[in-house]
Design a protein around this ligand. Structure first.
Ligand SMILES: [Zn+2]
Length: 126
């Protein structure tokens, strides 16, 4: 977290929030997310910025019945990992206890404030 304006996580969240999400692709086709500057799979430093696919797919999810204090007012919700091309994002699916969430379901990624702390969070919309 030394370089605030070049490939930082905040910059990534800003981009995702305005619908311009991206990821890095190395010359071997591995995908990774900011703030990395080196491919975690092969050590390649030639990272190219690629647009994040508009739609992702739920890979795994967990219903949160007893939230941590910073998500108290958001419950119930589901935390999910969704794959967008070669990368995975972790986010929340709001307003559900998970009964209508399924692995393989299509989602889009947005950035929304949480109910509890107003903190920007990756949110998956179906
Ligand atoms: Zn690589």
């Amino acid at each position: 977290m030394t370089d605030a304006r070049d490939g930082s996580y905040d910059e990534f969240i800003d981009a995702l929030e305005s619908g311009d999400g991206y990821y890095y692709e190395c010359s071997n086709g591995h995908g990774t997310l900011p703030p990395r500057r080196v491919c975690p799979h092969c050590g390649d430093r030639e990272l190219e910025t690629v647009a994040l696919p508009a739609t992702g797919e739920v890979a795994t999810y967990t219903t949160v019945a007893v939230p941590t204090p910073q998500f108290e007012d958001d419950a119930p919700y589901v935390t999910a990992i969704a794959t967008f091309g070669p990368v995975r994002l972790t986010g929340i699916i709001p307003d559900t206890s998970g009964e209508n969430v399924a692995i393989g379901q299509d989602v889009t990624a947005a950035v929304e404030p949480t109910e509890t702390t107003d903190e920007r969070t990756i949110t998956f919309r179906r």
